[in-house]
Write a protein that binds this ligand. Structure first.
Ligand code: SAM
Ligand code: SF4
Length: 334
């Protein structure tokens, strides 16, 4: 008997979900202050999805209408076999876009392989251009490696390279113009991200470091002319062209602007939990389904379709209070 499944995932608010973000590891070679604790304990191997399980889930989502997959982490490129997984996902029929978020530390060697794997676009995190501040924010990172990684990626030629910068008051907020100038000089894009209250990170008070996108926009107006682009990615980004340049600036503002009504995405955590909303705990356990003795693809598809019923309408974040979301960004994949 054949089963017919819908060719699109649609939630109860009529939003089509066609974008899946997958965290393929919780591990990372950096320890960014806003993302994880310095002495982070990582998950044991049997608790995280195998690369085969991740591929099967990616394939199933594409069969259910997902058009875009972002591979992220933790640092996706530190997982052994990540490049093979990317190549397999890049070959999935029906997938229009495979993209990657990385801290850039491995890009010098990985960039050519990513290009062959059909990765279209790269997001590379870069919060500062100052080597000492870079060390202070990432705790273990080396700015030079990342800058060389960005150079290597540029040389290979992806459809688009975008920098991601999390801006923290009194740590790197004074660098927003320099970061945009760096993007302009390299003919790439940049997004500024407001810090999100995911997990409690020791010795880091989010209420003190919060720097809103509105401040960043005002700082940039001193040096650049920004022109709004109506570029609806269904996400939390607002995009602007930097007038007279090739670059665009995005503002990712989960606090100040509501983007939930056009949300088109779901997230797969490294433990195989499908999160229906970044700011809520609504989720289903796909690993349990995959590892159940009576697993069938039909059951998996059914569970994914049914999960659309619990996708929340919207989220609320409040940096002044303790986080209600106890997971860390490296589990969820940013
Ligand atoms: N390791 C890769 C990287 O840093 O690009 C991919 C994973 S990282 C979790 C994805 C993005 O989330 C990065 O751009 C990072 O700066 C951002 N991020 C991490 N923790 C965050 C937080 N608490 N609030 C806002 N953005 C955060
Ligand atoms: Fe690692 Fe990315 Fe988190 Fe920084 S933001 S600790 S690079 S996962």
């Amino acid at each position: 008997m054949t089963h017919s499944f819908p060719s699109q995932l649609i939630d109860r608010f009529g939003r089509t979900v066609d974008y899946l973000r997958i965290s393929i590891t919780d591990r990372c070679d950096f320890r960014c202050v806003y993302c994880m604790a310095e002495d982070m304990t990582f998950l044991p191997r049997n608790q995280i999805l195998s690369l085969e399980e991740i591929y099967l889930l990616a394939k199933t989502f594409v069969e259910l209408g997902v058009k875009k997959i972002r591979i992220t982490g933790g640092e996706p490129l530190v997982r052994k076999g990540a490049l093979d997984l990317l190549a397999s996902c890049g070959a999935l029929e029906g997938l229009q876009e495979l993209v990657l978020t990385t801290n850039g530390s491995q890009l010098v060697t990985a960039a050519p392989i990513l290009k062959l794997a059909n990765v279209k676009r790269l997001n590379i995190s870069l919060d500062t251009l100052d080597a000492e501040k870079f060390k202070a924010i990432t705790r273990t990172g080396d700015l030079e490696h990342v800058l060389n990684g960005i150079k290597a990626a540029k040389k290979i030629g992806f459809e688009r390279i975008k920098l991601n910068a999390v801006i923290l008051k009194n740590r790197n907020h004074s660098e927003v113009c320099d970061l945009v100038q760096f993007a302009v000089d390299n003919e790439i894009d940049i997004s500024f991200i407001e810090e999100m209250p995911l997990g409690i990170v020791e010795k880091h008070n989010r209420a003190e470091t919060y720097y809103s996108s509105d401040y960043i926009r005002a700082d940039l107006a001193q040096k650049f002319t920004l022109q709004k682009i109506s570029d609806n990615t269904g996400g939390p980004s607002d995009y602007y062209a930097v007038v007279n340049t090739q670059s665009r600036v995005g503002f990712i503002s989960p606090h100040s602007h509501n983007f939930c009504s056009t949300c088109n995405r779901v997230r797969l955590t490294v433990e195989g939990r499908l999160l229906l909303c970044l700011g809520n705990e609504h989720s289903i356990d796909l690993k349990a389904i995959l590892r159940s003795p009576d697993f069938t693809t039909k059951k998996l598809k059914q569970a994914i379709i049914e999960s659309m019923e619990i996708k929340p309408e919207k989220h609320e974040f409040n940096v002044k209070e303790q986080p209600i979301i106890l997971r860390y960004m490296n589990m969820t994949g940013g």
